[in-house]
Design a binder for this molecule. Structure first.
Ligand code: NAD
Length: 334
């Protein structure tokens, strides 16, 4: 099958070329994001392969359909950037990679927690500058503290397991309980209880209309003062402006982000020669207790191999059976 791969980086190319060996699929790699304007690049392809910041809105889907595309292969878990209703109307199938390496994101989440709590980035910068003062670097023991995990699917469950290993009390919230988390000793509570009682809160639910700005001004007001907030899920789970107010007041003690609501214009590119235009993002960067990375939680060898292999299997499933194994159903709209 001919496939137009959008938002291609060198690492995508090498992992996908390896996974596609012997599959018969012909991959054409393009650097630009998929948008209404770049849709003509898909000319002659039967499938597009897209990532988190590509846009598969109704207009773009109609445009790639015009070029011959019948299948959208997401090489990520989240599918909030695809208009599923429009895909359904257009008779296009959509598939994703539901769980490529939950450990990659879970372990990275813990990395953010540890680095923020013990101020590793500040400490490293100080030592490089010959400053060995410990002023301002005070952390707290995780052991005995309460962590709140919102969303206990594949990634959330892996986070719960690690946090329990630190000896933390773990509160969880999800629409349905995960038996693995209960077995690991997590305690399911209401979302309000979780936000009020946790010393550290980490978000692992998908972005849906219900979860958009899950962390807003009201929710921030309900936090235990000084709470650490971590988001490695999707940027729009958090209202960044409200978070800035929360950081200024001290209600949020520290913030770790691997995702940002307006990341599509920033992340995955080298913009170091350009002036940052996003004032909200720029303000976030000024806080000493904020650690931001550019959507790299998934970025391990194991995850990239699994993403490429599952995506190729989805393409083959669509080509041979008309239905990929990991099809995103129209019901997933919620
Ligand atoms: P998953 O589908 O296994 O788990 C998601 C969980 O969220 C499910 O248990 C679901 O019931 C729950 N959920 C859905 N709506 C909810 C709501 N309103 N409130 C509370 N819980 C709700 O997904 P996963 O593999 O664990 O991934 C979780 C999210 O992580 C993805 O949606 C994606 O946005 C994000 N992600 C980020 C990266 C990264 O590199 N930063 C990589 C992979 C995934």
């Amino acid at each position: 099958m001919k496939v137009a791969v959008f938002s291609t980086k060198s690492y995508d190319r090498s992992f996908f070329e390896k996974a596609a060996e012997g599959s018969g699929h012909e991959l054409r790699f393009f650097e630009p994001h998929l948008t209404r304007e770049t849709a003509p690049l898909a000319r002659g392809a039967e499938a597009v392969c897209i990532f988190v910041n590509d846009s598969a809105d109704a207009e773009t889907l109609a445009a790639v359909k015009e070029e011959g595309v019948r299948f959208v292969a997401l090489r990520c878990a989240g599918f909030n950037n695809v208009d599923l209703a429009a895909a359904h109307r257009l008779g296009m199938s959509v598939a994703r990679v539901p769980a490529y390496s939950p450990h990659a994101v879970a372990e990275y989440t813990i990395g953010l927690i540890l680095a923020l709590n013990r101020k590793l980035c500040r400490a490293h910068n100080r030592v490089r500058d010959g400053n060995f003062s410990l002023e301002g670097l005070l952390g707290f023991d995780l052991q005995g503290k309460t962590a709140g995990v919102v969303g206990t699917g594949a990634i959330g469950a892996a986070v719960v397991k690690i946090l329990k290993g630190f000896g933390m009390h773990v509160l969880t919230y999800d629409l349905r309980q995960n038996p693995a988390c209960l077995a690991d000793g997590a305690e399911y509570v209401s979302v309000d209880e979780l936000f009020a009682a946790s010393d550290i809160i980490t978000l692992h639910c998908p972005l849906t209309p219900e979860t958009r700005h899950l962390v807003d001004a009201d929710r921030i007001a309900s936090l235990k003062p000084g709470c650490m907030l971590i988001n490695t899920s999707r940027g729009a789970l958090v209202d960044a402006r409200a978070v800035i107010d929360g950081l200024k007041s001290g209600q949020i003690g520290s913030l770790g982000l691997d995702v940002y609501e307006e990341e599509a214009d920033l992340f995955f590119e080298d913009l170091s020669n350009y002036m940052l235009q996003d004032d909200v993002f720029a303000r976030l960067l000024t806080f000493p207790n904020v650690l931001i990375t550019g959507h790299q939680a998934f970025f391990t060898e194991e995850a990239l191999s699994a993403i490429a292999e599952t995506t190729i299997a989805n393409l083959t499933g669509f080509e041979k059976q008309g239905r990929p194994e990991h099809e995103v159903s129209i019901e997933a709209i919620g």
